[in-house]
Design a protein around this ligand. Sequence first.
Ligand code: PEP
Ligand code: MG
Length: 538
Amino acid sequence: MTMPDPVPEPRTSRLAGTDVETAVERLGEAARSVRDELTERAAAATGTAADLLAVTAAMAADPALVSDAERRIRVDRLTPERAIWDAARGLARQLEKIGPPLSERARDVRDVRDRIVAELIGVRPPGVPRPDHPFVLVADDLAPADTATLDPEVVLGVVTSGGGPTSHTAILARALGIPAVVAVRGAEQIVDGEIILLDGGAGVVVRAPDPATVAAAQQREAARRAFDGTGRTADGTRVELLANVADPAGAQAATEAHAEGVGLFRTEFCFLGRSAEPAVSEQVAAYRRVLASFPGRKVVVRTLDAGADKPLPFVTSDGEPNPALGVRGLRTAVRRPAVLDRQLQAIATAADAENADVWVMAPMVSTAAEAAEFVAACARHGLSTAGVMIEVPAAALRAASVFEHAAFGSLGTNDLVQYTMAADRMLGDLATLSTPWQPAVLDLVRATCDGAAVHGRPVGVCGEAAADATLAPVLVGLGVRSLSMTPRALADVAAVLARVDLDECRRLADLALAVDDPIAARSAVRDAIRPVLTDLGL
Ligand SMILES: C=C(OP(=O)(O)O)C(=O)O
Ligand SMILES: [Mg+2]
């Protein structure tokens, strides 16, 4: 199914006097029906989705909005759809003037407005469609908040024409276990009801597939390998294979896939769309729900990575000219140190209450001083295993200094690629630049591992690169000893690693670094392990 078109702005036309009361009644009915539908959906949802829906339902029931629209029908004799449009505009502007956190509600006001107008004029409501059968969702792109509300039981896959492979739409969908293929040329031509074949692993979408293609895909799916829960190379070198999770549902998908633990818990996804900082008690509850799935196992909790395409109004500010280079991740703690402090307190409390082996790391660390400050902040809360994400080239280049302080490092290759290549990770058009196969990026992976080795610190990868089964042995050859990925990728990565020994991994890394071109690097590695890949059908 495709995402509906935006709801059109209604024309300003005047009612005949006799139609006024009917119009008021129609408006009331439409508002009630929108409120009831959202309330019902909120009750059926959990976590972030439930919170987002409950906020919008409350807005639909808000008398300020509806009574202002009624007044406009009675006084200005506007049609109900135009009246609610104008009323919403007035309310949204007032909220925006007040500033955060209330200004954040302006988006909800517009969402409710669109839903009521859609109900009144009989078009599809905005947002993710809700047919009563499972479907593949096709969209230009999805907001993180829309993606967070996808139900994996109903949404079988996501295809977008926009976004890059490491955009948060793709990441969030995969964290929910939903196969996603993004930046698909021609996706906008797919129509409602059309049959498509989507292979998330291979990144392929086939329109009107013939029976033989469908049968082959079904066979591949049936032959999916299972991961036995311990990652290692052929000579027994341990490579921890972990999962990236965003919420308790993701934690369950991770345990079902036998992940050894969690290499990246993206805490900001627990609170997307929220304008106010969640209370410590709420944070503790959210973190405990994830930690509870991993008794005795490692869970790397990342502190809020707010900013750029993941705005959290209680720590980020709108209007930066260049948000990816702005105040995001750990940088938000300079202006709002108490938010980080309360999060660390919540993580420490959750860690005490559960039995997971909790590690904590900060996103967007650029300097050794930042690493030192973060580690000290963690220590004040008794969090002794404190590390950093390496996703800014400066931190990779000065890794030996950073790892004087950080107990471990986790390479965020999505951002590391973006900042190394100066290529926005959201732009599918820059796909040739935006790949972790870029030798410059691999140089920085090596520099990070070498710097960490000076202090005996472990380095992992938690960006999407970790899910690339061909790249995995190269990363291991460069010195990486844990890979954290979407649970669906674990089996393929484990299978490849089990077939190559550490020396071979080192040779593959040298091969990849010997050329200047990412496609040539990938081909060289694939050629070198061709029999393994062919055997595994990769
Ligand atoms: C893992 C990463 O973090 P995020 O994708 O959430 O920015 C990364 O940048 O690679
Ligand atoms: Mg990142």
